[in-house]
Design a protein around this ligand. Structure first.
Ligand code: FE2
Ligand code: FE2
Length: 410
C-alpha cells in the first residue's frame, strides 16, 4: 500500500473526495480544486470507493483500474493524493469507517471535510452512524449550477434539527460532466477528449475499459452511435444494461446472443421522443396505433421502435423486430427472444429496486416462463393501481401463461 497519507499529522485542514471514479474526470478534479482553494484545505485525499452499501449492482471496473486512473489524474497537483483505504478494506464500505481511520493518522486538531455531491447529501440520514459522522467531520456539498439548492437546504433542516451539522455549499460548473456519459461515449466510440485528463483517456484506451471485444463489431458500433444521439444518458445506460442482461439470458437459454444484444440495444430506441414526435414518426412509418395506445402514448414506443429498428437501424430479422415490438405489452405465445427482452428490461442491473424484482431475477435463469408470468402480473397490477387501461395484448398474455402453466407454475 502506498504510504501517501502518512504526512497528514501537520495538516490543519484536509478534505476527503470520495467517489467510484469510474472513470475520474474533470468534474471531480475541478470540484476538489475549487473546494481546496475556497476553504484553505492543505491536502485533498481522493478515495476511490470500495463496496458501498447503497449503490446499485452495476459492475464497477476493477478496483485497481479505478485507483490507477485516479493516481494518473491527480499526479500533477501537489495538494492532491490518492488513498487505497477503502479499496483495501474488506467488506462493505462505510464513510464513518474511513473517517475514523483518517482521524487516527491526523493530529487531534486536524479538521476533516468530506466533499460529496448534493444528491448524496440528501440521503445522509441513511448513512451508518450518521450522528457520530457529523460530529467528527464537516460536509461540503458540491452542486452543478441550477441545482435546486433551496429544497436541498430545507431537507437539510431536518438533519440539522437532530444533529449538529457543519455544511458548506459550493457550486461547480464542470460538474455537468459525468462518468456514466463517458462510459456511454466509449461504447459508442464518441470522443471523450477534454472531459478528462489525457493520461486517463490513454489508460482507458490501452486497457480497453468499458467496452468488451464482443461489443466491437462495426454493426453494433453503428447502432450505439445512433442511440447515443437520440437517447438521454440515463436511457442509454438502461439500454446497455438490457442488452447485457439479454446476452446473459440468451447464453443460458441457448439462443443467439447477437440477436439478443441487438434487440436489447434497440428495444427503447423510440422512447425519448415527445408525444408530437412520436405521432409524427408513427404516421411517417405507417405504425398503426389503436385507441388504447393513443390514450397512453408511452405504449407507442415499442411499436414505433420496431419500425425504426427496421428502417433506420437496418435490422431485417423479424424475431428481433418482434422482440422490440412486444417488449412493453408482451403477448401470448412469445418467442424465446421476446421473453428474454421482456424480462431483461425489468431486471437489468441499472433498474432501481422495486418489490418483486428479486423473484423475477431468480426465475429468469431457472424458469423463464414463470419469470414472464410473474413480471406480467406485476406490471398489470402496477398499471391497474395507476388507473391505466391494460392493453388487450397484455391480458391475453397473462391468460395464456396462467392457462398453459398454471399447474406447473403455482
Ligand atoms: Fe420500453
Ligand atoms: Fe426499457
Amino acid at each position: 500500500m502506498r504510504d501517501e497519507i502518512l504526512d497528514l499529522k501537520d495538516c490543519g485542514k484536509i478534505a476527503v473526495m470520495g467517489g467510484t471514479f469510474d472513470p475520474i474526470h474533470y468534474g471531480h478534479l475541478v470540484a476538489a480544486e475549487t473546494v481546496r482553494h475556497r476553504l484553505g484545505i492543505e491536502k485533498v485525499l481522493f478515495i476511490p470507493t470500495g463496496r458501498p452499501p447503497h449503490k446499485n449492482n452495476r459492475s464497477v471496473e476493477h478496483d485497481e483500474h479505478r485507483y490507477l486512473m485516479t493516481v494518473l489524474a491527480t499526479a500533477n497537483n501537489p495538494y492532491f493524493n490518492v488513498s487505497r483505504i477503502e479499496i483495501d478494506r474488506p467488506g462493505l464500505t462505510y464513510t464513518i469507517d474511513t473517517i475514523q481511520s483518517l482521524k487516527k493518522i491526523c493530529s487531534d486538531e486536524t479538521e476533516i471535510f468530506f466533499i460529496t455531491g448534493a444528491d448524496a447529501i440528501n440521503e445522509i440520514l441513511t448513512w451508518k452512524k450518521v450522528g457520530e459522522l457529523l460530529k467528527i467531520c464537516n460536509f461540503v456539498a458540491v452542486t452543478r449550477p441550477g441545482y435546486d439548492k433551496i429544497s436541498l437546504m430545507n431537507n437539510m433542516k431536518n438533519v440539522q434539527k437532530n444533529y449538529e451539522m457543519n455544511l458548506t455549499f459550493i457550486e461547480v460548473p464542470a460538474l455537468a460532466i459525468s462518468s456514466t456519459d463517458i462510459r456511454n461515449r466509449v461504447i459508442a466510440e464518441i470522443p471523450i477528449k477534454y472531459l478528462l485528463p489525457d493520461e486517463v483517456e490513454q489508460y482507458i484506451m490501452k486497457f480497453e475499459l468499458y467496452k468488451t471485444p464482443f461489443e466491437n463489431k462495426p454493426f453494433f458500433t453503428f447502432i450505439n452511435q445512433k442511440l447515443h444521439i437520440v437517447l438521454t444518458p440515463k436511457r442509454f445506460a438502461h439500454t446497455q444494461g438490457v442488452a447485457g442482461e439479454a446476452v446473459n439470458l440468451a447464453k443460458v437459454w441457448g439462443i443467439s446472443v447477437e440477436k439478443a444484444y441487438i434487440a436489447g440495444l434497440l428495444h427503447d430506441c423510440a422512447k425519448d421522443f415527445n408525444e408530437e414526435e412520436t405521432l409524427r414518426l408513427c404516421s411517417e412509418y405507417d405504425v398503426e396505433l389503436d385507441e388504447i395506445i393513443k390514450r397512453q402514448i408511452y405504449l407507442a414506443h415499442s411499436f414505433l421502435g420496431a419500425a425504426l429498428a427496421e428502417k433506420e437501424y437496418l435490422v431485417t430479422d423479424s424475431e428481433i423486430l418482434n422482440a422490440i415490438k412486444y417488449h412493453t405489452t408482451g403477448r401470448a405465445q412469445m418467442s424465446f427472444l421476446e421473453k428474454i427482452i421482456y424480462i431483461a428490461d425489468m431486471i437489468e442491473p441499472n433498474r432501481p429496486f422495486y418489490s418483486g424484482i428479486d423473484d423475477i431475477r431468480k426465475e429468469a435463469y431457472k424458469n423463464i416462463d414463470k419469470a414472464v408470468y410473474i413480471a406480467l402480473k406485476q406490471t398489470i397490477d402496477f398499471n391497474t393501481e395507476k388507473n391505466r387501461t391494460i392493453h388487450p395484448l397484455s391480458i391475453l398474455a397473462l391468460n395464456y401463461y396462467e392457462n398453459h402453466f398454471k399447474e406447473e407454475l403455482l
